[in-house]
Write a protein that binds this ligand. Structure first.
Ligand SMILES: *Cc1c(COP(=O)(O)O)cnc(C)c1O
Length: 432
């Protein structure tokens, strides 16, 4: 099974090449040529299957023969060594907690899966592969942790100096080994521009094998479909129709949920919940896709004005807005509404939500008001301690720091300061 570019101007490639390239040469996102539904028995028997068995059966067709089954099983065993609990909050509303991994954000699964696939593929490559990634916060930590110690792969992370939280900075600057953090005097947009310049620099690309680790990479995007299957397994016995609400930024996670649905998983509806960066809710209302500069919010991992994966969602629905609307609703919420939701959830159920999960909760509530009787699950994409100040100020209680986070707080930060592209290029060319 191959992957074609959504720009359709370059030939289809294998999973291996799609992972190594990241993006197609015509700048299109890769998309699987086929999504073959799993047999009915898979969903009938899902409660008897382990997470590992579910993940293996679901991802196998997307990897096809580029990774042997035994290696794929080992990779999945490594990637999925933590829990994904569904926690009831109110009647007919639960949260799917995706933050029990090493960096306590849901990006851990995608980053670890991609790292191990790339590690496997690099074995046949003559030279080392360099992963270059810009981060506004959570991606950097998950990528650093996921790729740590992977032989044949070097990781260079650019982050804006003084603009990520203390916890986030430590998660990406304290690991060492094959991970280097470049601290950029500038904004996240400056970091991203430098990364883009590198990918367009023919002289650089001639000298090194460069790839990116953001959510457009199929190896980061597709494994997120596991979450939805795990949640379905957990609530199937209730016999209710399931609605998923996904706090969305680049729309990779929700798009993976829609792939799980194409695999045959019963879902009544999807809700894409955003903060005030409302390009998609506006599109669902007006039919006009108008990207805009991003606005900073308290749910900062979703501060995206031009969500890169939305083109995959439109493609899945044949670019037909009416068909898409039958399966997807999208709502946006302000920071004030988000804080109020954190407070209300805590008051009513004792549960502590992070700002991203709270946006997901709000989206779910908006939908179920008009569609009662279904079972609603919102995704909790980060642990509340990652947004310590906002959450503690809102619920007026202090949170306990989990051991994964405490561990990095005690380590020493190491970064290299750079200011412009020539310094980045210099570093990449001379540190091989
Ligand atoms: C990245 C991220 C999101 C957004 O996920 P997308 O797949 O980009 O839509 C939501 N919440 C948290 C905590 C994140 O780190």
């Amino acid at each position: 099974m191959n992957y074609y570019s959504l720009n359709k101007e370059t030939p289809a490639v294998s999973f291996k090449d799609a992972v190594i390239n990241g993006i197609a040469p015509d700048k299109g996102l890769y998309f699987p040529e086929r999504i073959t539904p799993l047999p009915d028995s898979f969903f009938e028997d899902i409660e008897k299957m382990s997470h590992l068995e579910i993940a293996f059966e679901a991802i196998r067709q997307f990897v096809s023969d580029t990774i042997p089954d035994t290696v794929l099983k080992d990779i999945l065993e490594d990637v999925l060594d933590f829990d994904f609990p569904v926690v009831p909050i109110e009647e007919n509303i639960a949260t799917l907690e995706l933050f029990h991994g090493p960096t306590m954000a849901f990006k851990d699964v995608g980053a670890r899966f991609m790292a191990r696939c790339l590690g496997h593929f690099s074995q046949g490559e003559p030279s080392e592969i360099t992963v270059l990634v810009a981060t506004s916060g959570d991606t950097g930590g998950a990528v650093a942790n996921g790729f740590l110690g992977i032989v044949g792969v070097k990781v260079v992370i650019l982050y804006p100096s003084g603009k990520v939280s203390d916890i986030q900075e430590r998660q990406l600057t304290t690991l060492g080994q094959n991970i280097t953090a470049l601290e950029v005097e500038g904004t996240f947009d400056d970091c991203q521009k430098m990364v883009k310049s590198a990918f367009l620099d023919a002289a650089l690309l001639e000298k090194m094998q460069l790839t990116s680790a953001n959510s457009i990479n199929v190896a980061r995007w597709l494994p997120q479909l596991f979450y939805f299957l795990f949640a379905y397994k957990a609530v199937k016995s209730r016999g209710q129709e399931v609605v998923f609400s996904i706090p969305s930024g680049n729309f990779g996670n929700i798009c993976a949920g829609m792939v799980a649905q194409r695999l045959g998983m019963p879902v009544k509806h999807f809700v894409a919940a955003t903060n005030v960066n409302d390009t998609v809710p506006e599109f669902m209302r007006s039919g006009a896709y108008r990207p805009k500069p991003s606005t900073a919010t308290i749910s900062n991992a979703m501060d995206v004005g031009d969500p890169s994966n939305f083109v995959r969602i439109r493609h899945l629905y044949g670019d037909d807005l009416e068909v898409l609307k039958e399966n997807l609703s999208s709502f946006s919420f302000t920071d004030d509404e988000t804080r109020e939701a954190i407070l209300n959830i805590h008051k009513n159920s004792g549960y502590v939500a992070d700002p991203h999960g709270a946006v997901g909760y709000l989206g779910l509530k908006r939908y179920v008001e008009k569609h009662p009787n279904s079972y609603g699950i919102f995704l909790e994409t980060a642990h509340p301690v990652k947004f310590l100040e906002v959450v503690e100020d809102t619920i007026e209680q202090s949170l306990e720091i989990p051991p994964q986070i405490q561990k990095v707080m005690d380590r020493e930060k190491k970064s290299i300061r750079i200011t412009d592209y020539s310094e980045l290029k210099n570093y990449l060319l001379n540190d091989q």
